[in-house]
Ligand binder design. Sequence first.
Ligand code: HEM
Length: 381
Amino acid sequence: MSDTQPAIDPYQYFQHLRHNAPVSRMEDGGPWQVAKHADVNAILRDHTTFSSDVSVRTIEERGAPSMLFSDPPMHHRLRKLVSRAFKPSHIESQRDLIQAKCDMLVGKMSEETQVDLVKALAAPLPVTVIAYMLGVEDGDMDTFKHWSDAIFSNIADILFAEPSPEAAKASEEMNAYFIERIEALRQNPADHLLGRLVETETDEGMLTNEELLSFCSLLLIAGNETTTGLITASVRIFDKYPETFQQVKQDPSLIPTFVEEALRYYSPFSGTVRRTSCDTEIAGVKIAKGELVIPMIASANRDEAVFDNAESFVIDRNPNPHLAFGFGIHFCLGAHLARLEGEIAVAALTQAFNGISLVGTEIGEESLLGGPTELLVKLVR
Ligand code: HEM
């Protein structure tokens, strides 16, 4: 089965795929795209058939493995090392810090009537939180953000081809910065995530500098753009469904289901990638060993077979079995943190203002998968 490339609105295209070609080639000989919730879920759950070790570059070229792109037993080891720091209780202990940073950023926004939401709140909030976790909050946030953008936007080339000169330079600079920090932590231990990791002993000894670097860049890549996407998604929803702003303002207990529905409606991590480890079949379509498969999370989350009124935003949707954070062994390690940041941002915006709308019409939906890089908004007092 094959199909043509997306039309203007990706959500219309996803619907077309779900109805007509739920498992199809993206282009002749290209990766397989999978559009239905049940099939996406089945792929994410079966890490043996659908491997996350997708890169075509050798270990030497790639450096230390990252948990996102590894399979058990390596994945299990890497995830176990860091998962304690992401437990709900530990994340909850960061609430005051996130709240204070968010209040400060929203306070600054209140001085204007029109701002770029990405610059004012959606980008700086997650980058600061990750910088605190890594103990580098005294560093330059704009530089971290630049590294994260450069690496994130080139992730396909990093995995499957040569990284662009921009991405290579960003990783080189980031590595040099973090190596210096890691070396300093080996002399003077500190009580933050990176400090604890530097001291961690495993059955195979201490973590190497390379392994530590790989983890720092994974956090920057996995935790930044995605959380920015969740905050911009929330505001795009306030614009498209203005009544939701007033509903949340009047009844903040709606915030958790609002955020879950925002994750479903405009999924910030719109699709991931796997490689088949053997000949297999998805919904009756035969896929050979070694093929790339793209489980389309943003499409699965609009699947009418699972969600009533799938194309509408339902503020109190419950249950909401969206796949925005993935499923199975790679389920997002930062899900609690992302939800907390999203909830705090939505609460702060609805408390500070009387309405928020986008300035101008929305940029083409196709450029918004994952979230816009700029979002001009008008603030109503
Ligand atoms: C709204 C925000 C976020 C969304 C939508 C999101 C989504 C996802 C998804 C879909 C995966 C699984 C990918 C796959 O199976 O291939 C994932 C994995 C991951 N995420 Fe998130 N993420 C978000 C925020 C964060 C944050 C804030 C952090 C940390 C600071 C984080 C850290 C990770 C890590 C480390 C993994 C790899 C887990 C593993 O391989 O076992 N994420 N995320």
